[in-house]
Design a protein around this ligand. Structure first.
Ligand SMILES: Nc1ncnc2c1ncn2[C@@H]1O[C@H](COP(=O)(O)OP(=O)(O)OP(=O)(O)O)[C@@H](O)[C@H]1O
Ligand SMILES: [Mg+2]
Length: 134
């Protein structure tokens, strides 16, 4: 049995009388790549916002690595990287300076070496010192 990294239990979101998300439950296991598919307005973004704590759920629970997002938010969210709708970067700063800034905000000890490895992995080594706008 592989580890469950994300668990949704009966997640429901109502806005006024409208059921935006109705009784969603699923588990995602370590190493899985998971896609959430549905037509426009189906509630995909709402589900993701509710996982990362950007909106309140009407009902249901979310666990990240076994930690309840509502009661242990800080430790639950510490392992999460989330981009909702559009990634945002500082256009006037280099790719490297942007990554350094996000590393600082993460409050984790992210080394330059680790950033370099990831940049290499996504084949951006040659462009990482240019301004994002270029
Ligand atoms: N703050 C809000 N107030 C009222 N209705 C909302 C609000 N946010 C979302 N909705 C409605 O909830 C439904 C689900 O929206 P959501 O953005 O989660 O869908 P989606 O699956 O991400 O759609 P898309 O494929 O267009 O990105 C839509 O009908 C939307 O109009
Ligand atoms: Mg959406």
């Amino acid at each position: 049995m592989t580890e469950t990294v994300l668990k949704l239990e009966h997640v429901t979101k109502k806005i006024g009388q409208k059921n935006i998300v109705h009784d969603i439950s699923f588990d995602i296991h370590k190493g899985e790549v998971f896609g959430l598919l549905g037509p426009n307005g189906a509630g995909k973004t709402t589900i993701i916002r509710s996982i990362v704590g950007l909106i309140r759920r009407t009902e249901g629970n979310v666990f990240i690595n076994g930690k309840n997002v509502d009661t242990e938010f800080k430790s639950a969210i510490s392992e999460v990287g989330a981009i909702i709708e559009n990634p945002e970067f500082y256009m006037y700063m280099s790719g490297w300076a942007n990554l350094k800034q996000f590393a600082r905000m993460s409050q984790k000890n992210i080394t330059d070496e680790h950033i370099r490895e990831i940049v290499e992995l996504v084949k951006l080594t040659g462009a990482i010192n240019q301004k994002v706008k270029t």
